[in-house]
Ligand binder design. Structure first.
Ligand SMILES: [Zn+2]
Ligand SMILES: [Zn+2]
Length: 344
């Protein structure tokens, strides 16, 4: 089968690989019908994910059809349409039992697919702990509608959950990239008083304006002023930082009111520093990523009810054989790309 593979630092290549086989009774083999490219794939390519293993098939956002299951798999069976979770988790350890599945202590626990074990940008994938990592897609939900459930939509859902947003809140979301938009869609479900999205790219601000006209959009330069005008207590009640730059990181704490919660879901390519003397007395609560992706059934149900729709994010589609071209567009942010669906 074809598999897009991490060959060397800075080099991904479409190569021919053996179709994966079950190696554990809890495994399933999934025939991938649609996958996507995530910024984290680019982080692997550029060496900012030290745990990534050379030779691994990349990609961790996918949907597919169960092809084969190990003898201990109970929840899914051959022929089921499923989402695949970015995280591998055992469901039994201390962290899994508390819902902190990102910190699963199994050797493949956390983000393994497409990083340390073969992932999504291929024709088939082996999913360990299939009963935990696979969720059945409701009949009326299409592959395109379900594509982001296991990764960026889970991230947005989780970020909103841990930010404890209330209806009286002014919420600031920094970054209108794919994860920022998924976070916005989940924040809208909480009906806060105001949602402000801060994004430096005008095309992306326009995307938000066109699709979600009730949302206030600002550039980073206007951010603090607008947030202060729209909030009653000198800053945002909840800030979710999905921008991932030095500037967006600083804006996150600067825009927050005293005693606010600042949730950091962005993945940075270097260390970030908080100027604690300047922040003294602001008494902020920081919560940091990555996602505990264990709410996929609930998210799929919200999609089924028409409450979340991420399909406008899919701006481009390519067959797997042309994935090189898809990466070029995604990496260079050409042609107003937001997300690319890779179709098998
Ligand atoms: Zn991702
Ligand atoms: Zn675990």
């Amino acid at each position: 089968m074809l598999a897009y593979t991490y060959k060397d630092y800075g080099v991904f290549e479409l190569v021919e690989k053996e179709k994966p086989r079950l190696t554990d009774p809890k495994d399933a083999i999934v025939k991938i019908t649609m996958s996507s490219i995530c910024t984290s794939d680019l982080h692997i390519k550029h060496g900012s994910v030290p745990r990534a293993v050379l030779g691994t098939t990349v990609g961790h956002e996918m949907v597919g059809i169960v092809e084969q299951t190990g003898s201990q798999v109970k929840k899914v069976k051959k022929g089921d349409r499923v989402t695949v979770n970015v995280e591998t988790f055992c469901g039994k350890c201390f962290f899994c039992k508390k819902g902190y599945v990102n910190n699963c202590t199994d050797k493949n626990g956390g983000w393994a697919l497409g990083c340390r074990i073969d992932g999504a940008q291929a024709e088939y994938v082996r999913v360990p702990f299939a009963d935990e990592g696979l969720n059945k897609i409701p009949k009326s939900v299409s592959d395109s509608q379900a594509l982001f459930v296991g990764d960026i939509l889970s991230t947005g859902f989780w970020a909103v959950k841990i930010s404890e947003i209330k209806q009286t809140d002014t919420v600031l979301i920094i970054g209108a990239g794919p994860t920022g938009i998924c976070t916005l869609l989940c924040a809208m479900l909480k009906n806060p008083k105001n949602i402000i999205v801060c994004e430096k790219d005008k095309t992306r601000r326009d995307f938000i304006k066109n699709h979600y006209p009730d949302i206030i959009t600002v550039s980073p330069e206007e951010c603090i002023k607008t947030v202060k005008e729209k909030s009653e207590h000198g800053g945002a009640d909840a800030v979710i930082e999905a921008g991932g730059s030095e500037k967006s990181f600083q804006l996150a704490w600067q825009s927050a009111r005293a005693n606010a919660t600042v949730t950091i879901v962005a993945l940075y390519d270097k260390a970030m520093t908080l100027p604690l003397p300047e922040m003294y007395g602001k008494n902020l609560t920081f919560k940091t990523g990555g996602v505990d992706g264990c709410d996929c059934d609930e998210i799929l149900s919200l999609i089924e009810q028409g409450k979340i729709d991420t399909t406008p994010l899919i701006t481009h589609q390519f067959p797997l054989k042309d994935i090189e071209k898809a990466y070029e567009i995604f990496e260079q942010k050409l042609d107003n790309v937001i997300k690319i669906a890779i179709i098998n």
